[in-house]
Design a protein around this ligand. Structure first.
Ligand SMILES: NC(=O)c1ccc[n+]([C@@H]2O[C@H](COP(=O)([O-])OP(=O)(O)OC[C@H]3O[C@@H](n4cnc5c(N)ncnc54)[C@H](OP(=O)(O)O)[C@@H]3O)[C@@H](O)[C@H]2O)c1
Length: 300
C-alpha cells in the first residue's frame, strides 16, 4: 500500500533477476509518426525513466530519436520492447531489428508480445511446427549476449504461464508479464498467480486506453474530486498500489506531465476496494485477430 510520502516517480519494482524496473513508464502504442519522438522527449524531460515500445508499433526508430533528443544518458533509461508474432522463429533477427531501430546496444526488457507464433506469410495462420515454448527457448539465450538484460512475456494467461513454466525447456522464469489491467479488467487471480511465481506484472491500457469508458465512471470521478487529482492519476495510483508498474500512453505534453504528478498521493484501502470492485467489465485487447486463442475467461 502507498503512504502519503510515497515517491512514486522514484519507485522501482525489483524483478526476479534483481533488476529494478521504474514503476511508472511512458506507453507508445498508437503514438504516431511525428508525435512519438516529441512525446518520448517530453516524458524524459519531465523525469520519466521508462519507455515502453514494440516492434509491432512501428515507432521504435522515433522512440530512439526521442531518447537521443532528451540527452538523458542511455544507462538511466529503462527501455522495454517486444518480439512481434510473425518473428517467433526469428528471435535473433527480431531483437537485432529492434536494437537497430532504437539505435541502442541493449534493451532492459524484451517481451514476447503475444503467445502466438504467427506465420509471417499468412497472418491468419499459426506456424504448424512452432509454438511459444520454442520461442521462449530462443529468448532464454538472449541475456548472455548482453543485448537484452531481462526477458519476459505479455498477454499470458494463467493457462499459458502454467504450460510454459512446466515445460522442461523452461530454465528462466519470465521476469515480467505485461497484461491489460485497469479497474474494469482487474484480473486478481492472474496478478496473484504472477506474484506467487515471482513474475512482476506491468499494467497496460492502465487508463483504459483510447476513449476509455473509465473516463465516465462516477465512482472514479468522485474519488478523483475528493483528492483533487485527475481520474488518470487515480487509475495510476490504483495500479501502483497493486504492485504493478504502469505505462500510461500520451502524446499530449500536458498529460505526460500530469500523469507524472503522483508523488505524495495514495489511495486508502477503501478507495482501492471501491475501484477493484467496480461492476463494469471491458477489455481493450482481444484475441479475435490472432490465429490462436490467448484469453480464457473473465480473469485472464
Ligand atoms: N503488451 C501489449 O499487448 C500491449 C497492449 C496495449 C498497450 N500496451 C502498452 O501499454 C501502453 C498503455 O496502454 P494504451 O496505450 O492502450 O492506453 P492508456 O495508456 O490506458 O490510455 C491512452 C489514452 O489515454 C489518453 N490519456 C493519457 N493521459 C491522459 C490524461 N491524463 N487524461 C485524459 N486522457 C489521457 C491518451 O490520449 P493522448 O495520447 O491523445 O494524450 C490515449 O488516448 C501502450 O501505449 C503500450 O505501450 C501493451
Amino acid at each position: 500500500m502507498g503512504s502519503a510520502d510515497q515517491q512514486w516517480t522514484k519507485k522501482t519494482f525489483t524483478l526476479n533477476t534483481g533488476a529494478k524496473i521504474p514503476a511508472v513508464g511512458l506507453g507508445t502504442w498508437q503514438s504516431g509518426p511525428n508525435e512519438v519522438r516529441k512525446a518520448v522527449k517530453a516524458a524524459l524531460d519531465a523525469g520519466y525513466r521508462h519507455i515502453d515500445t514494440a516492434l509491432a508499433y512501428g515507432n521504435e526508430a522515433e522512440v530512439g530519436l526521442g531518447i537521443k533528443d532528451s540527452g538523458v544518458p542511455r544507462e538511466e533509461i529503462w527501455i522495454t520492447t517486444k518480439l512481434d508474432n510473425p518473428w517467433h522463429k526469428r528471435v535473433q533477427e527480431g531483437i537485432d531489428s529492434s536494437l537497430n531501430s532504437l539505435q541502442t546496444d541493449y534493451v532492459d526488457l524484451y517481451l514476447m508480445h503475444w503467445p502466438s507464433s504467427t506465420d509471417p506469410d499468412d497472418l491468419k495462420k499459426h506456424l504448424p511446427d512452432w509454438d511459444f515454448i520454442k520461442t521462449w527457448a530462443e529468448m532464454q539465450k538472449l541475456p548472455e549476449s548482453g543485448r537484452v538484460k531481462n526477458i519476459g512475456v505479455s498477454n499470458f494467461a494463467i493457462r499459458n504461464l502454467e504450460k510454459l513454466l512446466n515445460d522442461p525447456s523452461c530454465k528462466t522464469t519470465p521476469a515480467v508479464n505485461q497484461v491489460e489491467l485497469h479497474p474494469n479488467n482487474p484480473s486478481p487471480k492472474l496478478v496473484d498467480y504472477c506474484k506467487e511465481k515471482g513474475i512482476h506484472c506491468t499494467a497496460y491500457s492502465c487508463l483504459g486506453s483510447t476513449n476509455s469508458p473509465l473516463a465516465k465512471d462516477q465512482t472514479l470521478q468522485k474519488i478523483a474530486d475528493n483528492k483533487g487529482k485527475t481520474t488518470a492519476q487515480i487509475l495510476l495510483l490504483w495500479g501502483l498500489q497493486r504492485d504493478t508498474s504502469v505505462i500510461p500512453k500520451s502524446v499530449t505534453a500536458s498529460r505526460i506531465e500530469s500523469n507524472w504528478q503522483l508523488d505524495g498521493a495514495s489511495l486508502t484501502d477503501e478507495e482501492m476496494e471501491q475501484l477493484s470492485s467496480l461492476p463494469d467489465r471491458f477489455k481493450v485487447c482481444g484475441d479475435g485477430w490472432l490465429p490462436v486463442k490467448v484469453f480464457f475467461g473473465d480473469d485472464e
